[in-house]
Design a binder for this molecule. Sequence first.
Ligand code: SAM
Length: 236
Amino acid sequence: MNFYEALSKYYDKFFLPNNNIIELCKSFNLRNKTVLDLGAGTGTTAILFQQEGFNVSALEIDPSMVKTFEGKIKNFDDIKLVEGNILDTPKYFPDTFGLILCIGNTLPHLNSLIDVEKVISDSFNLLSESGVLLLQIVNFDKIKNEKTFELPTLTAQDEDISFTRFYTINNSSITFNGIINVNGENLTNQVQLLLINSVDLITICKKYFSVVETYGDFKGNTYSEQSSALILKCIK
Ligand SMILES: C[S@@+](CC[C@H](N)C(=O)[O-])C[C@H]1O[C@@H](n2cnc3c(N)ncnc32)[C@H](O)[C@@H]1O
């Protein structure tokens, strides 16, 4: 069983909707309320945008995550959800968007910076004038010199389940290890990630976008090497 197949059943118990994302995006003064969520997971953020009146499209590669997402939107049909690879985005979405999201550390799931650049340049092409690409990855600058790095353990509110998470780091590759404990029994899984430095990501974005701003979190706080996240707001 792959990582997200195992996690899809529990994902929404650990990762709750985050309104700060919506509030931050509202401050962008977007010209139109169309959003594309790349690597949308179980759709938690996509659904928040739909509830805010956005026209929402979403792309997700993992069939189990897509299935969970579909289960959540079966009673309304105005989210366009596609199962596919973010490297093929233009194939699925010929229209333009006011906002494109690639958050929740999705970009490091790609194999190389060449692939990362493809997603960024495709997004640039798919944005309408003054549209915004919002990227969020883990701030690997903070942890790249460590051998292992543990994230806070997550627990579900109403059930005896927890999610222990740690990275093992080896030069340009990083392994994300997750242990889901369900009623005392462990489900252990791993996913290989690309270690993306802030300088590399910012440099790629600046090749395409006229304005690239950084934040350390979705509350809009300033990015520093100690921030847990690197968020980039790229304006076309
Ligand atoms: C950590 S989850 C984040 C999900 C969601 N964006 C969020 O913030 O909760 C990363 C997601 O990216 C998806 N993903 C990874 N590589 C992908 C690719 N090449 N194309 C589309 N989705 C991808 C994974 O299946 C997973 O659902």
